[in-house]
Design a protein around this ligand. Sequence first.
Ligand code: DX5
Ligand code: ZN
Length: 240
Amino acid sequence: MSTNIPFNRAIKIAPSILSADFANFGAECEAIEAQGCDWVHVDVMDGHFVPNITFGPQTCAAIRPHVKTVMDVHLMIAPVDPYIEAFANAGADIITAHVEAGPHLDRTLQAIRAAGCKAGVALNPATPAEAIGYVLDRIDLVCVMTVNPGFGGQSFIEAMVPKVARLREMIDDREIHIEIDGGVTPETAPLVAAAGADVLVAGSAVFKGGSVSNPGVYGDNIRAIRQTAEHAQGATRPAA
Ligand code: DX5
Ligand code: ZN
């Protein structure tokens, strides 16, 4: 269901519902959108590609009516291809597959776009930026994992910052988002924004201290990340 997502490199905050109340996803999505998030990041885990299990296409379909912005589905699963149609039918706007999830990434990315979604590719920390050198024209987003996938609340891996800069160089003027996933906080966001990232996934840093009955905290947390990231992005923007 890829709504026509107009492309720009403005900083976008995409809270990960991995850190939300699993018994109340609909209300949580409405709360973070009301508090100013740009996208909703949905972390799908299969207990095989990563050592954790979250949810599948049925949960995404249940969440969809509560997401008015962009449903950004991150598939931490292997294999990917057999499930693309199910997540597209569940209403995903963006489907991101891991480079490491299988041997035929180009075919997987083509299948995601053929299903009507924007195509994303995710890189685990040990995977070099060059791994996607031959699929740049097949993608709309690259997700740089700044933690080892599977759990929220982990520490940001600072060694990933040069990878962000390398990807920014490789992408050049193509309309491809650089998304950061893992350990994003008001302290780490400026590092990746300065290096060229524009979409910031944050789970614990958005949901901590707040709730559906106290959603203002979500808004404060989103603003805190956005402010430091925008300041860093602006500081590195070439002079007009
Ligand atoms: C890793 C997950 C997490 C999550 C963000 O598998 O993808 O990175 O989205 O979690 P925080 O923001 O708490 O690190
Ligand atoms: Zn994710």
